[in-house]
Design a protein around this ligand. Sequence first.
Ligand code: ZN
Length: 192
Amino acid sequence: MQIVSYPHPTLRHKSKAVRHVDSELQIIVQQMFTLMYEANGIGLAANQVDLPLRLFIVNSEGNPEEGEELVFINPVLTQQEGQAESDEGCLSIPGVSAAVTRPSQVHVEAYNLQGQPFRATLSEMMARVVQHENDHLDGVLFTDRVATEDKLELEPTLDELAIEFQSRRDRGDIPDDEQILARLAEFEERYC
Ligand code: ZN
């Protein structure tokens, strides 16, 4: 398992609801935490590790020794209120950060890794992280939400990432779209 980078097609895949959790999925989630910590991240969505499932993980401290490891399965966001602007980055879009305006408060309902429902009203950084990760599940990247006048500045780095992606694909490091879709379909068959 590895974190995929822009413009990997799975980052644009709309994830499907998880219907059951098995021991293999629990191992997958543990591997996601390991990758997230290695990359110094605080949130990671399943798309980012090339999986088509509606789940993401968060540890607001980004450290296994601190903070709380939260798993959000089939999250539903409601009651988005207020507005706040802050810089965001993404483990799948290395080298890019930009201001994004989002609701400052959000209510979330989801299931944890034990299949138990939970709900929370989040604000500040947690509200932002959860909205950023939930966007991933719909194939939306934070760069899509950057104001038009700021987007131009990001283009050179995004173009570089696209060139790097293509050369890795040419070397055979990244499968073609058809192979990627076939693999996603296998996971959907199993878990959705
Ligand atoms: Zn992200």
